[in-house]
Ligand binder design. Structure first.
Ligand SMILES: O=C(O)CCC(=O)C(=O)O
Length: 186
């Protein structure tokens, strides 16, 4: 996503209530390091069930249960009702081996949960919980912004991010700067 209006507003990244929850889930030393926007249109279909950013810290122990070090925060730029194709999540599956999680959904031990969002609602989720986008059956562009927050020591550069301008960087407070890790364009 470009760090320019109308896509970007600093408020997206620095809401004190959201940051307090995200810090509570990880620690005080978190940074936002990726962001994007999913915009399904009329005619979109069910996504395949998937997780985001699952790169085990220790590949030899992929199912090792660890404290959270990546959290994803999403909000709609329009109200997202069922007909707009909200994200669906399988609660608790971030703590299950993938094959078990998929089987649990298939045999309906775990139900997919649809997450409609009003303007002002925020979805905070573990990216390893299985999820999918659902069909948008309206003519409204269903824009869902997602920001990734990580513990400061974690980096995987798993997705391309756009640089922010030096002028924008300079306009941020020291506190705000310390909460971001994005390239800066000179
Ligand atoms: O836009 C959606 O509903 C799903 C988005 C998604 O799957 C993701 O952000 O990983």
């Amino acid at each position: 996503m470009p760090f320019e209006p109308p896509c970007f507003a600093p408020q997206f990244f620095f809401d004190p209530d959201v940051l307090s929850i995200v810090r509570g889930l990880m620690d005080d030393s978190i940074v936002a390091d990726q962001w994007g926007c999913d915009v399904p249109l009329r005619g979109s279909e069910y996504q395949g069930l998937h997780v985001d950013y699952q790169r085990p810290l220790f590949p030899e122990l992929p199912d090792l249960f660890l404290p959270v070090y990546v959290v994803v925060v999403s909000f709609g730029l329009v109200p997202i009702a069922v007909e707009h194709g909200p994200i669906e999540i399988a609660p608790g599956t971030h703590r299950m081996p993938r094959a078990d999680a998929l089987r649990a959904i298939e045999v309906e031990e775990v139900a997919m949960q649809s997450i409609p969002l009003e303007i002002g609602d925020v979805l905070i989720r573990h990216p390893w919980a299985l999820h999918r986008g659902t069909p948008n059956t309206t003519d409204t562009l269903r824009a869902l912004v997602t920001i990734r927050y990580v513990r400061r020591w974690y980096a995987d550069e798993s997705r391309d991010v756009q640089a922010m301008s030096h002028a924008l960087w300079e306009s941020l407070t020291a506190d705000q700067q310390s909460g971001l890790r994005f390239p800066i364009r000179r």
